[in-house]
Design a protein around this ligand. Structure first.
Ligand SMILES: C[S@@+](CC[C@H](N)C(=O)[O-])C[C@H]1O[C@@H](n2cnc3c(N)ncnc32)[C@H](O)[C@@H]1O
Length: 374
């Protein structure tokens, strides 16, 4: 039996070391994810998250013995999730790190030719290494390459001294011009000299120091839920599987552009050299109310066909009117026989139920939890 308190506090177990893996934007607090899973499911019951982000819900489910399935459209979130659920063996990751490091000098000219942002952000050794990793790692298909690439992404940028970059925010990448002007204004135009091999070796050593997490039968699919759920619905029906908990946090209408916010990590994965908003479906800021509404309607509608009769639907979302009203209307329409609870503000200390208590602890201002149960 897993000791959850050790996952939530400190780093004394493998499950704790991988639980918070992957700086991302708008993440569930890890203790909240564990509490929801423990409160609303029994071991062996299935959990579904169609907007998985860095997969804290899926990880908590898997660690607690609930087979869990996530879907995530952003490669950065997906990579963090798929790796934390099943990291490759440490020795293989280190061998691959050596391969990439040893090939870095082939990228010397390319590194010199990179735009100013990159020259001020990374020292030459790091930039050559990143270009070698960007070209050489098959992160979509190979487990070892995915693990190494995700470790690179975790440390790609952050506070000076904590990552591979000059001073930057860790959870989201700032615009190149803004960063360049900022470094110049602070007289920080020389990026830190870092040896990427020794830096990453020490990070890998720390991460694997307690081993690999024991995650039960859980997975995150890379793709658009509106499409992937159609296959999932078919497979669930063929295998007679019903989910007991739908636990998710959808994007908020017109608030976050997950792709632009992660542009530097997406560059490392082979994407563009700047934060260009993607014109592809479901990869922008969700500014069209019609598209936003139909995404939620479609996804929650498909999910409703695989949920057990006695299931719980737990959705954390934005309090702002359009997102909240649409989500509530869509959920109550797809789950007409469930009872609805809305937790929208910190609650008094003497409130009894666990549901209400963790509403108190983990909601950020402007967020609301919608819970449907039977
Ligand atoms: C609020 S975040 C979820 C954060 C997550 N709870 C966590 O702890 O990291 C919403 C996520 O939905 C993803 N997303 C948006 N549209 C999607 C779609 N059509 N299919 C799958 N994922 C999608 C976004 O990329 C983003 O990562």
């Amino acid at each position: 039996m897993i000791d959850v308190s050790k996952v939530l506090k400190g780093f004394s177990t493998a499950e704790a070391r991988w639980a918070r893996y992957g700086p991302y934007y708008a993440m569930f607090p890890v203790d909240f994810a564990f509490e929801v899973i423990e409160t609303y499911t029994k071991p062996g019951e299935y959990v579904l998250d169609p907007f998985a982000g860095r997969s804290s819900s899926v990880y908590a489910g898997g660690v607690l013995g609930r087979p869990s399935l996530g879907i995530e459209i952003n490669p950065v979130g997906w990579l963090y999730g798929t790796v934390k659920l099943q990291p490759a063996d440490k020795e293989d990751v280190i061998d691959r790190l050596m391969d990439i490091y040893n090939g870095r000098d082939h990228f010397a000219d390319e590194a010199h030719a990179m735009p100013e942002f990159f020259q001020l952000c990374f020292c030459h050794e790091v930039l050559k290494f990143l270009l070698a990793a960007r070209e050489g790692l098959n992160w979509r298909e190979n487990e070892t390459d995915a693990t190494l690439m995700s470790i690179i992404l975790v440390y790609l940028h952050g506070k000076l001294g904590e990552g591979l970059s000059n001073q930057l925010r860790q959870t989201k990448s700032m615009a190149p011009n803004y960063s360049v002007n900022w470094w110049k204004s602070k007289n920080m135009v020389i990026p830190p000299e870092i040896n990427p091999l020794s830096f990453l070796l020490s990070k890998i050593k720390w991460r694997y120091d307690k081993g690999k997490p024991d995650v039960h039968n859980s997975n995150v699919v890379f793709g658009d839920s509106a499409e992937e759920l159609q296959h999932i619905v078919r497979r669930a029906s063929d295998n007679d599987i019903k989910f007991s908990l739908l636990f998710t946090s959808p994007p908020y209408c017109s608030v976050t552009d997950y792709h632009a916010d992660q542009w530097l990590r997406l560059w490392a994965l082979g994407g563009a050299e700047g934060p260009y908003t993607m014109r592809e479906k479901h990869k922008g800021r969700f500014v069209s109310k019609d598209d936003y509404y139909s995404l939620l309607d479609n996804v929650f509608g498909l999910c409703s066909t695989v949920m057990a009769e006695q299931s719980t639907i737990y959705v954390r979302t934005d309090k702002r009117k359009f997102t909240f009203d649409s989500t509530l209307e869509i959920l109550t329409r797809h789950y007409p026989d469930h009872m609805v609870t809305v937790l929208d503000k910190p609650l008094a200390k003497d409130t009894k139920t666990q549901t209400q208590l963790f509403g108190d602890k983990s909601l950020k201002p402007g967020e609301v939890d919608i819970i449907l149960s039977r």
